[in-house]
Design a protein around this ligand. Structure first.
Ligand SMILES: *[C@@H]1O[C@H](CO)[C@@H](O)[C@H](O)[C@H]1NC(C)=O
Ligand SMILES: *[C@@H]1O[C@H](CO)[C@@H](O)[C@H](O)[C@H]1NC(C)=O
Ligand SMILES: *[C@@H]1O[C@H](CO)[C@@H](O)[C@H](O)[C@H]1NC(C)=O
Length: 399
C-alpha cells in the first residue's frame, strides 16, 4: 500500500534539499582508542527469517507475517510479532510502500471486528501519545482497486514494546487503529508494518541494536508457498543466479529506481521510452502508470482492453478473451555497475480477476494513476528481492 504519508515524506525531503543548503561540517577528530566496552556495545544481531502468509483472493494480493520463526543461533524458536507487556500477538503485512506501524485496537468498534484487536489498557508498557490522525493509502489491492479515499485509517499515536521473538524494541512508535474504512475489513491481518527506505519503528530499533540494515523478500504465488521475509540478511537458499543491485533514485522514504524504458511484448515507443522513477511497493498487487503510459502499454496488448468506468483508473476486458493475450512487460533499469537489466512481468499476471460489479469483465493489471509509476507484488513475486536500507539500493535475483 502506498501511503500518502510516504509521498508526503518524498515531497518534504525534496523541499529540504532545496531550502537547506548542504553546508560541509568539519568534525574535530581526536586520536583516542575506544574503550573495549564501547566496541562491544554494538552487539551484532543475526538475521531473522519470517514465513509469510499469502492474502489471496483470486490472485495474490499481499504477504503478511502470521507465524514468525527465528534462526537466531544457537537457539531456534518461533513466535509471532507481539506488542505490549504482557505481549499481545499482532499480524501485519510488511509494506515497503509505507513507513509506520499501525494495527487494529479495541478502540475500534464494529469496523475492526474482523481483525484481532490490540488492547492497550492491558499493556503495562503502553504510553498514549494523545494525538489522533488519519492515514490514507493511495493504492489498494486486487480487483476493484481504488483510487480515492476507500483505504483510510483513523489512528491514535502511542509507544509500546514491539517484539519479534526475543528481539525487543522498547518504546517503539506505533499507531492504534481506532476506525477504518470497510475495504480494510476483509484483511486477514491486523495491520501494516511500514518497511520504507528510511527505517523506522522496530526495524530502526533493531538496526541500532546491531542488526544489518537490510531485509529481503521472497514473495511467492500461493500455489508455490513458502514466502518469507528475512530481516537483517539474505536467504541465499532461495535463488541461484547473481543478485543485481541498482541504486535508489531518490533519498525519499519510497523505494524508487529510475527506468529509461518500458517494453510490452518486445515493442517500445516514444511514450514508453521516457525516463521515469518507479516505486517498488510490496503492499500493492497491481501496477500503476500515468494514463498516457497505461494507454500506450494496453495498445501493445489488445485494443479490446478499455477503461472500466465504475472504477476510475481500472481497465478490463471480457474474461473469455483474456487468458490468451500476450502481455510481457519488460521494465529496464541500470545496475550499479552500469549495465542495463530488465525486470519482467509475465503474461500470466495480466488477469487480476472479475470485477465484483460485472463478473463478465476481468480487470487487467495496469492501472492509470497520473503522477505516479509503481510496481508491486505482481512483479516482486517473480524475483528474490533485497531491500538494502544502509546502502540505499535494491537487489534482484531470478528465482
Ligand atoms: C501466531 O498467532 C496466530 C494467531 O494470530 C496463531 O494461530 C499461531 O499459532 C501463533 N503462532 C505461534 C508460533 O505462536
Ligand atoms: C468510522 O468511519 C466511518 C467511515 O468509514 C464513519 O462513517 C464513521 O462515522 C466512523 N466512526 C467513528 C466512530 O468515527
Ligand atoms: C530488455 O527487454 C527488451 C524487450 O524484450 C529487450 O529488447 C532488451 O534486450 C532487454 N534488455 C536486457 C538488458 O536484457
Amino acid at each position: 500500500m502506498l501511503s500518502l504519508l510516504a509521498l508526503g515524506l518524498f515531497l518534504a525531503s525534496a523541499q529540504n534539499s532545496v531550502s537547506a543548503q548542504a553546508v560541509p561540517q568539519t568534525i574535530q577528530l581526536q586520536s583516542r582508542v575506544a574503550p573495549v566496552s564501547a566496541t562491544l556495545r554494538r552487539r551484532a544481531l543475526n538475521p531473522v527469517t519470517v514465513p509469510l502468509a499469502d492474502f489471496f483472493l483470486g490472485t495474490d494480493l499481499q504477504w503478511f507475517g502470521n507465524k514468525v520463526t527465528f534462526s537466531n543461533s544457537p537457539a531456534h524458536f518461533s513466535g509471532n510479532m507481539s506488542v505490549g507487556t504482557p505481549p499481545q500477538t499482532v499480524s501485519v503485512v510488511f509494506d515497503t510502500g509505507s513507513s509506520t506501524l499501525e494495527f487494529a485496537s479495541t478502540l475500534c468498534g464494529a469496523p475492526c471486528d474482523n481483525q484481532v484487536k490490540f488492547n492497550s489498557a492491558k499493556s503495562s508498557t503502553f504510553v498514549d501519545g494523545g494525538t489522533t490522525s488519519s492515514i490514507t493509502f493511495s493504492t489498494g489491492v486486487g480487483v476493484d482497486p481504488v483510487v480515492g479515499a476507500n483505504y483510510r485509517l483513523t489512528l491514535r499515536s502511542g509507544t509500546d514494546t514491539v517484539a519479534i521473538g526475543n528481539l525487543k524494541a522498547p518504546a517503539t512508535s506505533l499507531f492504534l487503529i481506532t476506525n477504518q474504512t470497510a475495504k480494510f475489513g476483509i484483511d486477514p491481518f491486523s495491520g501494516i508494518q511500514g518497511m520504507s527506505a528510511r527505517a523506522q519503528g522496530i526495524f530502526a530499533a533493531l538496526i541500532s541494536q546491531g542488526l544489518p540494515s537490510l531485509f529481503s523478500l521472497f514473495l511467492t504465488p500461493l500455489s508455490v508457498g513458502n514466502a518469507e521475509m528475512t530481516v537483517g540478511g539474505i536467504d541465499t537458499t532461495k535463488f541461484t543466479g547473481p543478485l543485481t543491485f541498482a541504486s535508489l533514485a531518490s533519498t525519499s522514504a519510497a523505494w524508487t529506481l529510475s527506468s529509461p524504458q518500458l517494453t510490452v511484448n518486445g515493442v517500445t515507443n516514444s511514450v514508453l521510452q521516457a525516463r521515469r522513477s518507479i516505486i517498488f511497493d510490496s503492499g500493492t498487487s497491481n501496477i500503476l502508470f500515468p494514463t498516457a503510459t497505461a494507454n500506450a502499454m494496453y495498445a501493445l496488448i489488445s485494443s479490446d482492453i478499455t477503461p472500466f468506468a465504475a472504477e476510475p483508473g481500472a481497465y478490463g476486458i471480457a474474461c473469455n478473451k483474456i487468458s490468451t493475450l500476450p502481455a510481457v512487460i519488460d521494465i529496464t533499469f541500470t545496475s550499479q555497475s552500469g549495465s542495463p537489466f530488465n525486470l519482467t512481468i509475465p503474461s500470466s499476471e495480466l488477469n487480476v480477476g472479475p470485477f465484483a460489479s460485472n463478473p463478465a469483465i476481468c480487470q487487467t493489471l495496469i492501472n492509470a494513476f497520473d503522477g505516479l509509476s509503481l510496481v508491486g507484488g505482481s512483479l516482486l513475486k517473480h524475483y528474490y528481492s533485497v531491500w538494502d536500507v544502509g546502502n540505499q539500493r535494491l537487489g534482484f535475483a531470478a528465482i
